[in-house]
Design a protein around this ligand. Structure first.
Ligand SMILES: Cc1cc2nc3c(=O)[nH]c(=O)nc-3n(C[C@H](O)[C@H](O)[C@H](O)COP(=O)(O)O)c2cc1C
Length: 387
């Protein structure tokens, strides 16, 4: 579908309604790839889409631009935004604008020997007729953002994106829940790049922004200040007085410990979120952990190790570069030789979390009522601990 954003500026949107797994993530609401077109003396296409949408993209380009493309900007090397670039360069002879790193990755994925590249660095500008495009990047990030100065539009590629499939294209049409979608996207995809993002945000604060147009999801217009503020908060490691309790369980003993801990923390004024692995998806768990003060992970000991689903969670968290100003608490049930809480505590230490431990947290088989009381009491004390 096509949305006219401003005179001669269009969003071409390709909606994947049914996709549920993407780049290893559970995406429960589908996704959208956005490609943008600016008509000027030189026509510019900003990012492409997946190959399966090539015919649809071509139709739009013929309709709107008579297939005259002078530049294609590759803001980010990922194939979901580049898969059509080779065919389009061949058909139109467009020059490809990207960074040095962008070219390196395009060279690796396409036969680029006949392509004409324009390599841009942070702050570079290119005039396309009545408009000037300015490029914003951080060397370590590999992405570039394109800012159209005259129209005050930022084409932000992955930044500010959301994995959603809506026919509505503007933030206000969705309402406040779009912030939560953007948070899930940030936590799972952009968090490892938070230092680069902070640098980019410091550049953005000096720009007038009428629209922010990401490569996934809806366009920001009404909620620009809010999403910029949220990005600053999420990138800077700020935490709320929230505890995320994540656990796996077979016979529900670990779940009983989880509930008792949560009730104690809630008595102490902490906002508690529970996630049972296998029921909650990893993306949502990470979204909630992002700005939580407490992370409590529970696992029964299985074959002298953690439960496999807890193992998956730990592996996933390891790559995300979570902020280390958090309190980590491990808990779990075991039968004959306890291993799970030891492994989880080692993991917390590796992340640099403040580990709070107590022998009551590793329990042989099912905790009784008197044990539950003690675990709740531990939770109440935990609520008073500072990071
Ligand atoms: C497949 C399997 C392997 C297990 N391996 C161990 C083990 O290595 N060490 C141990 O102490 N308990 C082991 N257990 C016992 C569980 O840790 C124990 O039943 C625990 O209470 C289960 O917690 P849950 O009720 O939260 O599922 C194992 C149980 C199962 C089903």
């Amino acid at each position: 579908m096509v949305l006219k954003i401003k005179d001669n500026i269009y969003c071409m949107s390709f909606i994947e309604w049914k996709i549920r797994e993407y780049k290893g993530l559970d995406i429960n609401k589908g996704t959208t790839y956005n490609s943008y077109l600016i008509l000027d003396k030189n026509n510019v296409l900003i990012d492409t889409t997946r190959m399966k949408y090539f015919d649809e993209l071509l139709l739009y380009l013929k309709d709107i631009a008579n297939l005259k493309l002078d530049y294609i900007i590759s803001n980010h090397i990922s194939l979901d935004h580049n898969e059509c670039i080779g065919k389009l360069v061949e058909l139109t002879g467009a020059k490809v604008i990207t960074t040095k790193i962008g070219k390196y990755y395009l060279d690796a994925q396409f036969d680029t020997k006949d392509w004409e590249f324009v390599i841009v660095n942070n702050g570079d500008e290119i005039n396309i007729g009545n408009r000037t495009l300015k490029f914003i990047t951080d060397d370590k990030f590999g992405h570039v953002l394109t800012y159209c100065i005259e129209d005050e539009i930022l084409f932000s590629n992955e930044l500010f994106g959301q994995h959603v499939a809506y026919k509505e294209k503007i933030d206000a049409d969705i309402g406040h829940k779009i912030i939560l979608e953007a948070k899930e996207y940030f936590a799972n995809i952009l968090l490892p790049h938070k230092n680069s993002i902070l640098k980019i945000l410091s550049i953005l604060k000096d720009l007038n922004l009428e629209y922010i147009c990401p490569s996934h999801g809806v366009i920001w217009r009404k909620m620009i200040d809010e999403i910029l503020t949220k990005y600053r908060i999420w990138s800077s490691g700020f935490h709320k007085n929230t505890a995320v309790i994540v656990y796996a369980t077979i016979h529900y003993s670990t779940e009983k410990i989880a509930r008792a801990l949560g009730e104690g923390l809630a008595d102490g004024g902490v906002n508690v979120i529970y996630h049972r692995l296998g029921t909650s998806s990893l993306n949502i768990i990470i979204r909630d952990i992002l700005d939580a003060k407490y992370v409590l992970i529970g696992s029964p000991t299985i074959n002298m190790n953690v439960h496999p689903k807890v193992g998956m969670l730990l592996t996933y968290i390891e790559g995300l570069k979570l902020d280390n100003k958090k309190i980590g608490v491990a808990f779990g049930s075991y039968g004959w030789k306890e291993c799970a809480t030891k492994k989880i505590n080692e993991f917390f230490k590796k992340l640099g979390f403040k580990v709070v431990d107590d022998e009551i947290l590793a329990f042989r088989f099912t905790p009784r009522e008197d044990n539950i009381k003690k675990i709740k009491e531990f939770g109440r004390k935990l609520a008073k601990i500072e990071v």
